[in-house]
Design a protein around this ligand. Structure first.
Ligand code: FAD
Ligand code: FES
Ligand code: FES
Length: 483
C-alpha cells in the first residue's frame, strides 16, 4: 500500500496518496480546487504561487515563504501548508489593509502571493521588520507593472502595524501568538505545534524503500527542467530525511548537510565566521522564496558551470561526502566534475555533506558575480577566492571561476603559481596571464568569449582589491593592471 502523505492545509488535516512528485501548486488548484494560489510562470520567477510552509522545529513551527510551483507534494508530510485563503480573517489583516489603503493591489495573479510573502515576513520578524525585510520578501515577485512605489508604501504601513508585536531575539511562536491575539492571523495557527507533533515521521509511516528514479531536494532545478514528468516517476524526497541538514564544526572543519538551504547556510554563525560576507552574497542569488528551497547539494549535483554556491564552495576548498547504501566516501569537490554535467558519482549515490576548513585570522574569502541584472539573475561570470597570507607570503590559495568552461572551474594552474609567492602586483599580473590560459569560455547568450575573458580578469583583480586594499588600492589597479 502506498503510504499516505499527512499534513495540514490551513486549518484542515489532509491525508493523501496522490503521487509524491505532484507539484503542490497543481495539487492545490486541481485536486483541492483552491485557486487563490495562482499559476504564473511555473518556474519560480514570478511569485504568483507563493505559500508558507511551516516546519516543526524544537517544539515550534517556523514558517518560510516558498513557491508552490517547485515543491513536491510528498515533502508536505508532517508540515503546515498555508495558502492565501488560510490568512483570511473576518476583517482585513494588516497586510491586506496596507495594500488596499496604499492602492498597492497588483494584478489578480500577483496580489495573493504578495500577501502571503509579506505576512510571512511579519511572522518572522515581528516588530523588528524594516523596509529591507519588505524588499527581501518581495524579491521573488517579479512583475511590478501596476505599481512598485505603492507596494513600498504598503510596506511602511505594515511596519507601523507591526510595532505592537514583540521584537528582538524572540522565537517566531511569540510573534504568532501576539498576531493571533491582535487578530492579525487566524487562531488555528496556535494549534499547529501540537497537531504537527502528532504526525508520525515519514520513515515510520508505512513507507517502504523503493529504488528511486529521481532524487528531489529543493526541486528548484529539477521541476524547471522536468516538471511535467516527475509526478509519474518514482521519486525519493530527500527533505524527508532532515539528518542531512544543518551546519556543525568538527576538528577545524565546517561540515554542512547537503540539504541545507542557501538561506539557512547564510544565516548560520559558523558559516558567517568562515565566509564573513555570506549574507551580502545572498542578495545576488535568486529570491528569498527560492533560497528557502534551493539546497547546496542540489546546486553542486546540478553541475551548472555558473552555480553560485558551487563556485563559492569550490573556492572554499571543499570536499564532498558521497553515500550509497551503507558505503561512504570522501572526494575533493574539484575532482567531482569530469565534463559538461558529468560527475564522478554513480546515479544512485547521494551527496550527504560538504566539508571545508574553518577560516583562521590569516585567511580571507571573497566572492564576485557579474550578471545582466544585479539581483535575481544568472551569472555571466562568477568567481570565488580563499587565500591565506602569512607575512606577505601566500600560504594557501583556492580560486574558482564559473561560466568560462564546461564545468565549474577550479583554477589549478593559477593556484599552483600563486602558492608560496609574495603578495604583490607583479605576481598578480603574471597570475592573470596564467588564468587566461586556463579558461576556455564560449560565446553564448550570456556574452561573447572575449567579454568573459575580460570579466575573469576583472573579477580576479576585484578579489585582491577587496581583500588586500593596502597592497592593491583600487585607484592604482584601475590606472595600471586594469588598463
Ligand atoms: C527562479 C530561480 C532562480 C534561481 N537563481 C539561481 C541563482 O541565482 N544561482 C544559482 O546558483 N542557482 C539558481 N537557481 C537554480 C537552483 O535554485 C539551484 O541550482 C539550487 O541549488 C538547486 O538545488 P535544489 O535543492 O533545488 O535541487 P533539485 O532541483 O532538487 O535537484 C537538482 C539535481 O540535483 C540532484 N540532487 C539534489 N540533491 C542531491 C543530493 N544531495 N545528492 C545527489 N543528488 C542530488 C537531483 O536529483 C537533481 O538532479 C535558480 C532557480 C530558480 C527556479
Ligand atoms: S508560478 Fe511563478 S513562481 Fe510559481
Ligand atoms: S503581472 Fe501581475 S502585476 Fe504585473
Amino acid at each position: 500500500m502506498t503510504p499516505h502523505c499527512h499534513f495540514y492545509l490551513n486549518d484542515r488535516e489532509v491525508k493523501t496518496t496522490r503521487p509524491r512528485g505532484l507539484l503542490v501548486l497543481d495539487y492545490l488548484r486541481h485536486h483541492q480546487r483552491m485557486t487563490g494560489t495562482k499559476e504564473g510562470c511555473k518556474e519560480g520567477d514570478c511569485g504568483a504561487c507563493g505559500v508558507l510552509i511551516g516546519t516543526l522545529t524544537d517544539g515550534e513551527v517556523r514558517y518560510e515563504a516558498v513557491t508552490a510551483c517547485l515543491m513536491p507534494l510528498g515533502e508536505l508530510h508532517g508540515k503546515h501548508l498555508v495558502t492565501v485563503e488560510g490568512l483570511n480573517l473576518p476583517a482585513l489583516s494588516p497586510v491586506q489593509e496596507s495594500i488596499v489603503e496604499e492602492g498597492a493591489s497588483q494584478c489578480g495573479f500577483c496580489t495573493p502571493g504578495i500577501v502571503v510573502s509579506l505576512t510571512g515576513a511579519m511572522m518572522a520578524k515581528g516588530s523588528d521588520i524594516n523596509q529591507a525585510d519588505v524588499k527581501t520578501a518581495l524579491s521573488g515577485h517579479l512583475c511590478r507593472c501596476t505599481g512598485y512605489a505603492s507596494l513600498l508604501r504598503a510596506g511602511e504601513r505594515m511596519i507601523d502595524a507591526a510595532k505592537t508585536l514583540s521584537g528582538g531575539d524572540v522565537a517566531q511562536r511569540e510573534h504568532i501568538k501576539t498576531m493571533v491575539a491582535q487578530k492579525m492571523l487566524p487562531a488555528y495557527f496556535l494549534e499547529m505545534p501540537t497537531k504537527l507533533a502528532g504526525i508520525l515521521p515519514w520513515q515510520q509511516n508505512g513507507s517502504t524503500k523503493t529504488s528511486p528514479v529521481k532524487f528531489i531536494a529543493g526541486g528548484t532545478d529539477l521541476y524547471v527542467q522536468q516538471g511535467e514528468s516527475l509526478p509519474d516517476q518514482q521519486v525519493e524526497i530527500l527533505n524527508l530525511y532532515p539528518e542531512m541538514r544543518g551546519v556543525r564544526s568538527e576538528n577545524g572543519e565546517i561540515r554542512v548537510g547537503a540539504l541545507t538551504s542557501f538561506e539557512s547556510f547564510a544565516a548560520d554563525p559558523l558559516v558567517q565566521q568562515a565566509i564573513p560576507e555570506i549574507k551580502e552574497y545572498m542578495y545576488l542569488i535568486a529570491s528569498l522564496q527560492i533560497r528557502n528551497r534551493a539546497t547546496l547539494g542540489g546546486n553542486i549535483v546540478n553541475a551548472s558551470p555558473i552555480g553560485d554556491m558551487t563556485i563559492l564552495l569550490l573556492a572554499m576548498g571543499s570536499r564532498l561526502i558521497l553515500k550509497k547504501g551503507n558505503e561512504r566516501r570522501s572526494l575533493p569537490m574539484r575532482e567531482f566534475y569530469t565534463g559538461y554535467k558529468q560527475l564522478a558519482k554513480s546515479s544512485d549515490e547521494i551527496v550527504t555533506e560538504i566539508i571545508f576548513p574553518a577560516t583562521d585570522r590569516n585567511t580571507r574569502v571573497n566572492y564576485e558575480k557579474v550578471s545582466k541584472r544585479e539581483c535575481l539573475d544568472i551569472s555571466n561570470v562568477t568567481s570565488g577566492l580563499r587565500i591565506t597570507v602569512d607575512q606577505g607570503i601566500i600560504d594557501a590559495v583556492s580560486l574558482s571561476v564559473g561560466g568560462v568552461a564546461p564545468i565549474p572551474l577550479f583554477m589549478t594552474n593559477t593556484c599552483n603559481f600563486l602558492l608560496g609567492k609574495m603578495l604583490k602586483t607583479e605576481v598578480l599580473a603574471e597570475a592573470l596571464m596564467i588564468a587566461q590560459a586556463e579558461i576556455a569560455p564560449i560565446s553564448d547568450i550570456r556574452g561573447s568569449a572575449h567579454y568573459k575573458r575580460i570579466l575573469t580578469r576583472q573579477l580576479i583583480i576585484a578579489h585582491f582589491c577587496k581583500l588586500f586594499p593596502e597592497q592593491f588600492p583600487l585607484e592604482e589597479m584601475l590606472a595600471g593592471l586594469l588598463e
